[in-house]
Design a protein around this ligand. Sequence first.
Ligand code: DX5
Ligand code: ZN
Length: 222
Amino acid sequence: MLPVRIAPSILSSDFSRLGDEVRAVDQAGADWIHVDVMDGRFVPNITIGPPVVRAVRKSTKKPVDCHLMIMEPERYIQDFADAGADIISVHPEATVHLERTLQSIRALGKRAGVVLNPGTSPSVLEYVLHCTDLVLLMSVNPGFGGQAFIPQVLPKARIVAEMIAQCHHQIDLQIDGGITAETIGHARACGVDCFVAGSAIYGKPDYAHAITALRRGAEAHS
Ligand code: DX5
Ligand code: ZN
């Protein structure tokens, strides 16, 4: 199993002080910075786009992990790559030609991710894992921070971890939504190695303490 990585989601940060908020979690021990991009169509909420990713990029040297909750993400991949994204993840329901979209992310020298909603079967991964660098399992329905963890994702995590184990290249297994110092251990025990957390970090007064609590919660089940 890959080491535990913690990716704070800036969705729960104070956007009026975004640069400070990114630097704060970087110094507090974050491994990646997770950026939630929403278009008001694929998900009900609207958030941010490439100019904000460019601002995040200027505030950290850690990998910038862009989770695109947008229709037709293929139209914007170049823009997110140019803005400084290191990882670009897309939802299969949002892109007609998933394999082509993943290949085009990789062709830009970026890592390509596939995101499964709580109701999406892992079978969509079967013919694209050869061009996938990360699988993100949603443990809430995407659109908002601060929702409750959906435990039915756990058996799916075990299935996907097994699919990944059959591959000959590194594929990170990430989870996003409702991750706390408690739920993180259940996900780790099912083979997850990268954990997105918004409110469990930015909702706490001490970011370093919050990240350490998450890391300990995961490592207790490694
Ligand atoms: C939800 C986003 C998440 C969100 C997680 O649509 O993809 O990244 O910020 O927030 P918490 O950790 O508060 O559930
Ligand atoms: Zn996300």
